[in-house]
Design a protein around this ligand. Structure first.
Ligand code: NDP
Ligand code: 8X3
Length: 252
């Protein structure tokens, strides 16, 4: 029986993926920092699954990542899919006035966290038929936009890591791919604007943004594709978005 490990399952895209991928034929490992949310989600999904293991930790902390991997019970260690989804933007400022604490947060989570998770999960994935790592990238990893400086850099790094990990892990039979969304309405912008929900809601005003479920559809396609296929990269945008800077909005 296969196991799928999801980081950032407490909200948004990661939570939608947990809901979409849950099955009586699968075990899930759900992670994030907010234990109360993991407990609630696990309680809800457990009857629909073959088993759920939750663990709250911070992907930025290398020792916590190592302890998490060591803590996984025997029945959950045959991980077939690692979904590296945990990530965030913090701030939206020009470089000259940017807050270096925001920069550290984004680099430590989006780049170093993804690296730690990937590096220490290899032992769980290795040898499992159809093993794969799916990274949640972004349109911000394909192009840049004003004031997106550090966030865009971290997502460009995710793009580079996806392509280089694909080469490194080829001899181990582990496929590596990415799903790169445009604007998805989740808690992402609330986090970016440090809790300012009103400012966050403006980001999605006047057009129909993507939902976490839309991204979960793409992830499900990758996860359930025949093992001979590696769906290497998917860029998904709302119909109203052509690039990071081109979004058609109604004035009303
Ligand atoms: P949310 O804020 O809704 O979810 C982010 C998830 O990441 C949460 O579950 C959060 O859990 C987890 N997370 C953040 N920091 C850490 C950490 N240090 N350790 C462990 N878990 C962490 O945003 P989204 O669902 O939108 O974001 C998911 C991914 O999608 C991110 O990588 C983001 O960059 C990417 N993305 C989002 C887009 C969008 O428009 N929303 C578009 C393109 C990509 P907790 O706080 O409990 O730790
Ligand atoms: C999140 C999408 O456009 O806010 O990666 O950077 S965007």
């Amino acid at each position: 029986m296969e196991t799928i490990l999801i980081t950032g399952a407490t909200s948004g895209i990661g939570e939608a993926c947990a809901r979409r991928l849950v099955s009586k034929n699968r075990k899930l490992i759900l992670t994030g920092r907010r234990l109360d949310r993991l407990e609630k989600l696990s309680e809800e999904l457990l009857p629909l699954s073959a088993g759920i293991y939750i663990h709250s930790f911070d992907v930025r902390n290398r020792n916590e990542v190592i302890s998490f991997v060591e803590s996984i019970p025997a029945g959950f260690r045959n991980v077939r899919v690692l979904l590296n989804n945990a990530g965030l933007a913090s701030g939206l400022d020009p470089l000259q006035t940017g807050d270096p604490d925001d920069w550290d947060k984004m680099i430590d989570t989006n780049v170093k966290g993804l690296l730690y998770m990937s590096r220490y999960s290899i032992e769980l994935l290795r040898g499992n038929e159809g093993a794969q790592i799916i990274n949640i990238g972004s349109i911000a990893g394909k192009e840049v936009y004003p004031n997106g400086n550090v966030y865009c850099s971290t997502k460009h790094a995710v793009d580079a890591l996806t392509r280089s990990m694909r080469m490194d892990l080829l001899p181990l039979g582990i496929r590596v791919s990415s799903v790169c969304p445009g604007l998805v309405e989740t808690e992402f912008s609330i986090v970016r604007f440090h809790g300012d929900a009103e400012k966050a809601s403006q980001v999605y005003k006047g057009f129909e943004p993507l939902t976490g479920e839309d991204i979960a559809d793409a992830v499900q396609y990758m996860v359930e594709a025949p093992f001979r296929i590696n769906v290497a990269d998917i860029l998904i945008l709302p119909a109203a978005q052509a690039s990071s800077r081109d979004v058609t909005r109604n004035s009303g």
